[in-house]
Design a protein. Sequence first.
Length: 100
Amino acid sequence: MNAISYRSRYVCDPKTALCLLLYRLLVPCQLKTMMHVLQRSRSWLSIVFNNIVEHLIRSFRNLLFWDRNRLIRETIEGYAAAIECNGGVKEVWGFINGTM
């Protein structure tokens, strides 16, 4: 990952940045809870998280857009049918974490 410049002259090593990003995306909690886990201020957590997300968007923008070649109506309907057949859930064609 390229170096990320954080607002307010904050400094964060890449390993901590990755842990912060993954923890924030995995655990739906408030920053107040994360303050105790990561021993950082609310503003530090917020700024570092937002800067990491902005960096990822800039770096991988082309991979984050809708895939018009692969995700067409027929394919999505096939995914939804498979999920309904196997899981009994209607009108679902994919999962946010990318599981099959």
